[in-house]
Design a protein around this ligand. Structure first.
Ligand code: ATP
Ligand code: MG
Length: 410
């Protein structure tokens, strides 16, 4: 049997797991404060949920999806991202009655990519979707929420907010025409992938990671010059809102995002600490997506973050609470020790008991698990209704009556 995990997948445990948990717990506590509620959707969906809605020339759909046929002959796909499934759930459960609606999700995503630092084949995303709010304040609010979340993780100063506007459909079409004209003039220098994208989805070329494309994109027409008045006004309001909340941002004219469904505001939170995998959180407005999935004219905006990428930026996870170690002196007090441990746990304390060994061995174990106190249970003290409590940091010890034990330990 092969005992290594599949390429691009990892076992998370110990400090690494504590860090990812710290990320998701912080995300939960921040977004719940803004009124977001968790939704859990299946890890696989019908392939068309992704293939039709992420855009048929996106990297995800053309080369990264894990598709398979199940025993009933259905084409299914392991979810590569969270928005399509969340919107599918929104439509199929008739949630249109409750707008505006604020949802968040978390869990594994799957993409067949070339594994490297910060790029895995199974990774975790935490994301939010705000549905039914088509005003710029909504954009400001979700960006502010992302900003607060990263700040609370202690990453202020390490990440920058980059924003751009793709405008409405009219602006997008105007820009598209200009861009195609420009790119046709450089057709021979484009990568093969980009040549193929030129007719079907030229915007995607702005997002290309190929060096030859990047050089051409450098001088491409600017998106800002193609925005109509309505789109300009919307973007202006978003930026003013960010200014008011004191959120520092950088306008990035080349930011387009990889998926077809975006319009108006797009944004990324970027760090320079993870090399090419610098984007830790990304999102934007997707006003046409719900309609495209048959759910009517419902505006949407959201973001998703890569939990492992964020965890890699944390210096140290929050320390686990230090336990109290219960140490029975001899076989005859084992049962009493077990009972004491259980009572202390029920009173809210974190308690560990060594399962075997003499007192000395158990003391060594207690230090190894970083216990703050040892409760030494001996038969003589027990007869008087007492135990010995030893402070493992300074070695001080004293007798404590069993009645007051929980209080004393707290
Ligand atoms: P990239 O440009 O790095 O490929 P993307 O545009 O494909 O990113 P999104 O689809 O926007 O990424 O996903 C949102 C976030 O999820 C990313 O910003 C990143 O933090 C994380 N992410 C995306 N793909 C991976 C992956 N393969 N491994 C780990 N994290 C990922
Ligand atoms: Mg990608």
């Amino acid at each position: 049997m092969k005992t290594q995990s599949v390429r691009g997948t990892y076992d998370l445990y110990g400090e690494a797991k504590r860090k990812t948990k710290q990320v998701t717990r912080m995300a939960e506590s921040v977004v719940e404060k803004y009124g977001f509620e968790e939704i859990e959707t299946p890890i696989f969906e019908f392939t068309e949920v992704f293939a039709r809605n992420l855009g048929d020339t996106s990297d995800i759909v053309t080369k990264e999806m894990y598709c398979f046929e199940d025993r009933g002959g259905e084409s299914l796909t392991l979810r590569p991202e969270g928005t399509a499934g969340a919107i599918r759930a929104f439509v199929s459960n008739g949630m249109q009655q409750n707008l505006p609606l604020k949802l968040y999700y978390q869990g594994p995503m799957f993409r067949y990519e070339r594994p490297q630092k910060g790029r895995q084949r199974q990774f975790t995303q935490f994301g939010v979707e705000l549905l039914g709010a088509d005003v710029p304040q909504a954009d400001v609010e979700v960006i502010a929420m992302a900003y607060e979340f990263l700040e609370k993780l202690g990453l202020q100063g390490q990440v920058v907010v980059e924003v751009n506007s793709l405008g409405d459909e009219e602006s997008r079409n105007a820009y598209r025409t200009k861009l195609v004209e420009y790119l046709r003039g450089h057709y021979d220098e484009l990568s093969d992938d980009s040549k193929a994208r030129l007719e079907r989805n030229p915007l995607r070329i702005l997002d290309s990671k190929e060096e030859c494309d990047k050089a051409i994109v450098e001088n491409a027409p600017l998106y800002a010059d193609s925005l109509n008045d309505k789109s300009k006004e919307f973007f202006k309001k978003v930026l003013e809102g960010l200014d008011k909340l004191g959120i520092k941002y950088r306008i990035n004219n080349r930011l387009v995002r990889g998926l077809d469904y975006y319009s108006h505001t797009v944004f990324e939170l970027v760090t320079d600490k993870l090399g090419a995998q610098g984007t830790v959180l990304a999102g934007g407005r997707y006003d046409g997506l719900v309609a495209q999935m048959g759910g009517g004219d419902v505006a949407g905006i959201g973001w998703a973050c890569g939990v492992e990428r964020l965890a890699m930026l944390l210096d140290k996870p929050i320390e686990n609470e230090r336990p109290v170690a219960i140490i029975p002196v001899g076989e005859d007090v084992n049962d009493a020790a077990l009972e004491i441990a259980q009572k202390l746990r029920l009173s809210g304390l974190k308690v560990e008991q060594g399962y075997s060994g003499n007192m000395k061995k158990r003391m060594i174990k207690a230090n190894k698990i970083n216990a703050r106190l040892a409760v030494i249970v001996g038969s003589d003290e027990l007869a008087k209704g007492e135990v010995v409590v030893k402070n493992l940091d300074n070695g001080e010890q004293k007798n404590v009556s069993l009645k007051n034990l929980a209080e004393e330990l707290k």
